[in-house]
Design a protein around this ligand. Structure first.
Ligand SMILES: Nc1ncnc2c1ncn2[C@@H]1O[C@H](COP(=O)(O)OP(=O)(O)OP(=O)(O)O)[C@@H](O)[C@H]1O
Length: 494
């Protein structure tokens, strides 16, 4: 290698056929290496740069790049000898400039990650995917990884409950949403729950639903496990609401959804079809529509909003605000530090329950009693890649979206499938939609499924209430990823 340019925005190493040119502009890194038959020209945004350094007499660079714009990310390593001192100085300066661009605004390098891998999740490929794809990406970013391959249910929950909190910067969960449910419930049982909930949890999706991954990354990126790994390395902490789900004296954390009736039957009743991936939900839905079963429930909702058009407008306003404020400064100011210390002293345990025993006949509560096809409530727009059940759900508005599907004919039910991935059913008159602070349910049936974050719970009376900003996840965007708007007609159909 020879002549290296001194400009940190450009590095030229080697000559002739072996020349390597690196150009760093305001948004991108361009790598040109004619001799590299597989990756002669690589162009990536700064965020896809995992590491760059002069290591002794070698320049080393690792990026995540795409062959095709819509293809998956691949890990690309570029290395080459740098012999003379002038070249070394230029390569070191370029690496510094590139690292500053790759980890801007105090973004932490070399995250310390606690990783859970559920080898039994979804189609059962998580363990090999971790070894082949995820581990090399974390290594390339010089992350400190502590991995547990779960050998049974509740193991991740137990580990999360005793997690040494100062040891890790984030928890990455390679599974579906069930293991994320376990981690949040482990945090709830931790000796320092508030501190535990400040550790961001981030999905590496290998389950069949993967709702959190779809919500954080979007429908396309969530299909690419390497994009999820990049989020674990580069995502910024984003606050989310978590819910308390209580049954009698028992209290659990629900981060995603609660369902009963048709939807729970589809979710839990199709468990033996796990090998099919997300297709099992569609097959299950059609089966349940043919069965056409409805069940009597009493549902009381502490309503915050019931106007669907207003919900859409509020959602857009909140997204715009959240994106403008994102990311928050990495280092808190002294004032914020002080406020946080004071807050911690006040509330180091779980937030108090405000609605568990509330009088549901009081103002602000709505009560329904009668047969329903399903009740589906949750946080986060997508509950699976093909179902945007809660299009107006926001990460941290302190509200849960509650939908009640009234009994209707089979054809009308099948309409729910039409554009479900775009949230079209939101506008159906048969689907009541509320934004709520809390709700309570008394099922007037003994048999059936109750699904909490996709996990089975006993079908008994329960209550749910929201804790604003209790949880933390990682995000590249500062809001959930979805496209949803008012219908084009002047008048909405709701
Ligand atoms: N080694 C294991 N063997 C059996 N079950 C396990 C193991 N490790 C974890 N589990 C359990 O597997 C269940 C399913 O996990 P998870 O929901 O994450 O994946 P999934 O069901 O495939 O995905 P999704 O929820 O997106 O449909 C959880 O209840 C978890 O406790």
């Amino acid at each position: 290698m020879s002549t290296a340019s001194a400009n940190p925005a450009h590095l030229a190493l080697g000559s002739g056929d072996n020349a390597s040119n690196f150009t760093l502009d305001a948004d991108r890194l361009l790598i040109e290496r004619a001799a590299d038959k597989k990756w002669p020209r690589v162009q990536v945004p700064h965020r896809n740069v995992l590491w760059a350094a002069l290591n002794g007499a070698r320049f080393e660079l690792s990026v995540l790049a795409k062959k095709k714009p819509k293809g998956p990310l691949s890990l690309v390593h570029v290395t080459g000898p740098v012999s003379d001192d002038a070249d070394k100085a230029a390569a070191a300066a370029f690496a510094d400039a590139l690292m500053a661009a790759a980890y801007p605004d105090g973004l932490q390098r070399q995250r310390r990650l606690k990783v859970f891998v559920n080898p039994k999740s979804g189609p059962g490929k998580a363990a090999s995917l971790f070894q082949k794809k995820i581990q090399p990406i974390f290594r390339a970013a010089h992350c400190d990884v502590d991995v547990t391959f779960t050998s049974r249910g509740k193991e991740a929950q137990e580990i999360a409950a005793a997690l040494p909190l100062d040891r890790f910067d984030a928890v990455a969960v390679m599974s579906g949403d069930g293991l994320i449910h376990e981690v949040f419930n482990g945090f709830a049982a931790h000796a320092e729950p508030r501190k535990a909930f400040r550790i961001p949890v981030t999905p590496l999706p290998t389950g069949s639903g993967n709702a959190l991954a779809v919500n954080l990354l979007g429908q396309d990126e969530a299909k690419d496990i390497s994009a999820a790994a990049l989020n674990a390395i580069k995502g910024r902490p984003m606050k989310i609401d978590l819910c308390s789900f209580t049954q009698g004296e028992k209290r659990y954390i629900s981060f995603m959804s609660q369902s009963m009736g048709l939807i729970a039957d589809v979710d839990l009743g199709t468990d033996p079809l796990r090998f099919m991936g997300a297709q099992r939900f569609i097959l299950g839905f059609i089966y349940e529509v043919i069965r056409h079963k409805s069940c009597p429930y009493k549902v009381s909702i502490k309503v915050a909003q019931s106007d669907k058009r207003k919900m859409v407008q509020d959602m857009h306003a909140d997204r715009a605000r959240a994106q403008a404020a994102f990311p928050a400064p990495a280092a808190p100011s002294e004032d914020q530090d002080q406020q946080q210390r004071e807050g911690e002293e006040e509330a180091s345990g779980l937030p108090p329950l405000r609605y568990k025993d509330a009088d549901t006949s009081a103002d602000g509560w709505l009560t329904f009693e009668g047969p329903l096809m399903s009740l589906f409530a949750g946080k986060g727009p997508f509950v699976s890649p093909d179902l945007m059940q809660f299009p107006v759900s926001l990460p941290a508005d302190g509200l849960i979206d509650v939908t009640l599907q009234a009994r209707t004919n089979r054809l009308a039910m099948l309409k729910v499938l039409d554009g479900a991935e775009r949230g079209n059913h939101f506008w159906l008159d048969s689907q009541k939609y509320y934004k709520a602070h809390a709700y309570r349910v008394e099922p007037h049936v003994k048999k059936g499924w109750l699904s909490i974050d996709g996990e089975p719970y006993p079908l008994q009376p329960f209550a749910v209430e929201v804790h604003r900003e209790l949880g933390t996840v990682l995000s590249m965007y500062g809001c959930f990823q979805l496209e949803f708007d008012l219908p084009p007609e002047k008048e909405g159909r709701s």
